[in-house]
Design a protein around this ligand. Structure first.
Ligand SMILES: Cc1cc2nc3c(=O)[nH]c(=O)nc-3n(C[C@H](O)[C@H](O)[C@H](O)COP(=O)(O)OP(=O)(O)OC[C@H]3O[C@@H](n4cnc5c(N)ncnc54)[C@H](O)[C@@H]3O)c2cc1C
Length: 193
């Protein structure tokens, strides 16, 4: 991982010493992770039922009773010995179990990310990422398995009142933000969390 600041090479971080078959920086896309998880579930005989919402759950001594709403609006009542709650920040199961959601907003920080194939003199080597540092903002650039990079742009929040998604601009516009990042053009690709 090369660290740059103000047009200067600042230093290097080495991460390849971990005892792993993939001991180097690599960004794996969420849709790829989901594909792998779906394949593993299928191998174990489980089918994912998309567009099906859990709307209620009651936990009994020996089972859980729950209500599902399908995409066409129909509801289904069912029971299961166990329910595993993976609802993210939503919380039907958490609410019904009376577990509080201890959350707080991180203020003063704006993060924009996107994938791009930059046109720059830094090249593209497997496992080679870059960090660009500048006052009030920084840019982390990690390689993607299929080529190109994921750009993570962190900066102080220019307007905390703005909570909507930022406008879809050319990646190069914000990736050029830190001085010293020599991106001269980029081709945005898909974005995922
Ligand atoms: C913009 C953004 C960028 C991110 N970038 C990264 C990154 O680069 N790297 C990284 O490691 N992490 C990243 N994260 C964090 C990462 O996305 C989360 O940590 C991760 O997705 C949490 O996984 P989860 O399975 O707990 O929840 P989620 O991914 O939120 O999954 C919960 C799922 O449950 C479903 N669901 C919710 N309620 C119900 C219900 N009642 N019935 C049925 N289904 C329901 C939701 O639709 C959703 O599909 C990012 C997050 C955001 C918002």
């Amino acid at each position: 991982m090369t660290i740059h600041a103000r047009d200067r090479f600042l230093g290097e971080l080495t991460t390849g010493w971990a005892l792993s078959a993939h001991a180097r920086p690599l960004t794996v896309e969420q849709h790829d992770i989901e594909r792998l998880l779906r394949a593993e579930l299928a191998r174990l005989g489980t089918r994912v039922e998309w567009n099906t919402e859990l709307t209620d759950v009651q936990v009994r001594a020996d089972r859980a009773e729950f209500t599902l709403r399908r995409a066409d609006g129909t509801e289904e009542f069912a029971t299961a010995p166990w329910i595993v709650d993976c609802e993210g920040t939503a919380g039907v199961v958490r609410d019904r179990l009376g577990i509080p959601f201890e959350d707080r907003c991180r203020t003063g920080l704006q993060v924009v990310q996107g994938n791009a194939r930059p046109t720059w003199p830094l090249g593209e080597r497997p496992g080679r990422g870059h960090i660009f540092l500048a006052p009030h903002r920084s840019l982390l650039v990690f390689p993607l398995p299929g080529g190109g990079f994921r750009f993570f742009c962190f900066r102080d929040d220019p307007d905390p009142e703005l909570t909507a998604a930022p406008p879809s601009t050319n990646c190069a516009t914000w990736s050029r933000t830190p001085p010293g990042c020599p991106v001269s053009g980029s081709t945005p690709r898909n974005r995922s969390g």
